[in-house]
Write a protein that binds this ligand. Structure first.
Ligand SMILES: [Zn+2]
Length: 238
């Protein structure tokens, strides 16, 4: 048999018991909040109808790294559904992925309504993967540049923020660093072997011996404060 609650007690939406007065007060407050939320939403919708550029939620301003030919090709390609030309000013949304981004551009033909996705930079996939979102080349190149300059993601982001380009997440940059690091390592090994082979062929005499004696000089160096090595000031420790 269901219990009958006294008139002074109510149950909230979550099943808790509460005094009738408190229950009514809370309910009224929730209704007021809901009403003000709807009013705000209605106001925003009216504003959007008046000014379609604002409704897009994608401000066409700021600084970005864009490969002009890639974007131009995507815009010139036209709408996937009807082939009508695409305009950058019709962009309604943007998905940012590091320095690259995907622009969602609505068709200029009002009867079509198709939303087309355009890349701002070239993309590739990691070796051995065929699924997931493609990786922007520019992010991998940034990681390669970071390794070359001997700096860390914090330095990269400091630099980017100074020129008002949205910065990258540290983990994203590290992932690209791992991707490019493997290739650099392979290239370095290959280059060392090539150098060794060319040195060997220069020292090789007419004999058919497998092992060849070669001359070598060496120098010592130590790591200075900062990022450079200086062999001129190196000393040999006994
Ligand atoms: Zn279209």
């Amino acid at each position: 048999m269901a219990a009958v609650l006294p008139a002074s007690v109510r149950r909230t939406d979550k099943g808790r018991f509460s005094k009738a007065k408190t229950f009514i007060r809370n309910k009224n407050a929730a209704n007021r909040l809901k009403a003000s939320w709807y009013a705000l939403e209605k106001q925003q919708n009216e504003k959007d109808e008046r000014d379609p550029e604002v409704c897009s939620g994608f401000p066409l301003r700021g600084r970005q790294v864009v490969e002009l030919n890639v974007l131009a090709e995507a815009l010139d390609g036209g709408c996937e559904a009807c082939g009508a030309a695409l305009r950058l000013s019709d962009c309604i949304k943007e998905t940012v992925s590091g320095l690259g981004s995907l622009l969602y551009i609505s068709c200029s033909n009002s009867e079509c309504g198709e939303t087309n996705t355009c890349r701002t930079n070239k993309t590739h996939r990691s070796i051995g993967t065929t699924r997931g979102r493609p990786i922007f080349d520019v992010n991998t190149k940034l990681a390669a540049g970071m390794l070359h300059a001997g700096i860390v993601p914090t330095h990269v982001n400091e630099l980017l923020s100074f020129i008002n380009i949205p910065s990258l997440g540290e983990s994203a940059l590290k992932a690209r660093e791992r991707e490019v690091g493997l290739q650099i390592e392979n290239l370095a090994k290959e280059s060392c072997l090539k150098g060794l082979e060319s040195e060997r062929s220069l020292w090789k005499d007419d004999s058919e011996k497998e092992n060849v004696e070669i001359g070598a000089s060496y120098d010592m160096g130590w790591k200075k404060r900062g990022k450079a090595r200086n062999s001129l000031t190196g000393t040999l420790q006994n």
